[in-house]
Design a protein around this ligand. Structure first.
Ligand code: 5AD
Ligand code: SF4
Length: 445
């Protein structure tokens, strides 16, 4: 009988893509996907540790497997991702969940096959976490799950050490993939019919900054956008201290590149930005917003914001609200500050009480939603091009996104997944748009 795998993913896009790589390894070993944990022969948890609730979530789900594992002793339970990479965490996991069979980290994901075989051969728990990042391993084929969208790593790790963030500790120092490998991957994806490529890195602007690639991010973006074919190009994540006009100029050169930039601001208070070690001021941030909009008045920005960072006063919080209005974000990921052991901010004085944090996040979410809603209304009656990416069973509608990431729903008798579709917007409902397909379709970008 066919062997089955089930992967549970927590966290960001980087993790979602890494789960595709894990799936690729398991597929090559003969496993096929199952959506049911009950049917699985191997269950892999790809964890995240960026905030405490992501960790708690994983702890809960792993714990819930205890019974199944008792019933199916041959089931392999593997835990990987950022959490196992955290100092001391494998010990905690071993203690809490003695039934875990395999632990691996973000820095040795490519060893998974070897670890599974080792476990099967020796019949005992295998824990292998790499302490330090090694050379980038090329050649593993991810099993992509998001057609027509595809993610392509351009770099790994982070050197920034924002004072709240655990990423540099669990993903190691920055290293960039060779441009020829990135280009080959993009060309292959386009040839296979993928219509939206997102270049991924914790801080894409520092691509090649160690001199190892002979190219800056702007130059890489230029060459990727020059690949022939009908596809959209996005990149994520930019850092305000590094985002620059060279990148904007490349955007202007290629209509393929979406006029949407994800530029995490984190706070609207210079005092807090300094304590966060972000190395820019609100003034500098807003200059970048201005720069982008001077090239593309229609450009949209999305962002990440943390509230309740140590020392954040009501005045600092209100400064964040002010910046959010000024930057006029299309949407924002908003987070309550979560202390992470080992980071600088975790030991800062003046940690903010939970009740204050909760109050601030609620107000901020309301503000961000109101901006998003206002932007939605502007869509009414307009025709936008969306890339159809899925079918919503419940709604009985196809859905996709426009260049600015706005979700649009429509009815169709035929399968439109993977098509660029022009939608005349008839209804704008908070964050979602509804429309009718308009004449011109499959427009070339
Ligand atoms: N607490 C809350 N949010 C955090 N982020 C990173 N670390 C933390 C933390 N300790 C947020 C930042 C980052 C996003 C990916 O997660 O806003 O941009
Ligand atoms: Fe974390 Fe800052 Fe690196 Fe982003 S840039 S991963 S927030 S340390």
């Amino acid at each position: 009988m066919e062997k089955k795998y089930h992967i549970v993913t927590y966290g960001c896009q980087m993790n979602v893509h890494e789960s595709e790589k894990i799936a690729g390894i398991l597929f090559k070993m003969g496993y096929r996907e199952t959506k049911e944990t009950e049917d699985a022969d191997i269950i892999v948890f790809n964890t995240c540790c960026i905030r405490e609730n992501a960790e708690n979530h994983a702890f809960g789900n792993i714990g819930a497997l205890k019974k199944l594992k008792k019933r199916k002793p041959d089931l392999i339970v593997a835990v990987g991702g950022c959490m196992t990479q955290e100092k001391g965490k494998t010990e905690v996991l071993k203690r809490k969940f003695p039934f875990i069979d395999i632990m691996f980290g973000t820095l040795n994901l490519e060893e998974l096959q070897e670890l599974i075989e080792l476990k099967q051969r020796e019949k005992k728990r295998v824990v292998r976490i790499r302490e330090k990042e090694g050379e980038i391993v090329e050649g593993d084929e991810p099993l992509r799950t998001s057609y027509p969208n595809a993610w392509v790593n351009i770099m790994y790790g982070c050197n920034n050490f924002c004072s709240y963030c655990i990423v540099p500790y669990v993903r190691g120092r920055e290293r960039s993939r060779k441009p020829e490998n990135i280009l080959a991957e993009v060309k292959k994806l386009v040839a296979e019919g993928y219509k939206e490529i997102t270049l991924l890195g914790q801080n894409v602007d520092s691509y090649g900054s160690d001199g190892s690639t002979g190219m800056t991010f702007a130059e890489l973006l230029d060459s990727v956008a020059s690949v022939e074919g009908n596809f959209r190009l996005r990149f994520m994540t930019s850092h305000p201290k590094d985002f620059n006009e060279e990148v904007v100029k490349v955007m202007a050169k290629h209509r393929k590149i979406c006029r949407l930039v994800h530029l995490p601001v984190q706070s609207g208070s210079d005092k807090i930005l300094k304590a966060m070690n972000r190395r820019y001021t609100c003034g500098q941030y807003l200059e970048e917003v201005k720069l982008l909009r001077s090239y593309f008045p229609e450009a949209e920005l999305t962002t990440d914001i943390i509230v309740g960072f140590p020392g954040e006063t009501e005045e600092d919080y209100l400064a964040t609200e002010k910046l959010v209005r000024e930057a006029n974000f299309a949407s924002a990921f908003t987070f309550v500050y979560s202390p992470r052991t080992g980071t600088k901010a975790a030991s800062m004085p003046d940690q903010i009480p939970e009740s204050v944090q909760k109050d601030r996040i609620m107000r901020l979410v309301e503000l961000v939603n109101s901006l998003t809603r206002k932007k939605s209304e502007k869509y009414l009656g307009k025709t936008v091009e969306i890339l159809c990416e899925d079918y919503d069973e419940k709604k009985g509608l196809y859905l996709g996104r426009d260049e600015f990431g706005r979700m649009g729903y429509f009815k169709s008798e035929t399968n439109r997944i993977g098509d660029f579709v022009n939608l005349k917007i008839t209804q704008a409902n908070g964050i979602s748009l509804f429309g009718e397909t308009a004449e011109k379709e499959n427009k070339e970008i």
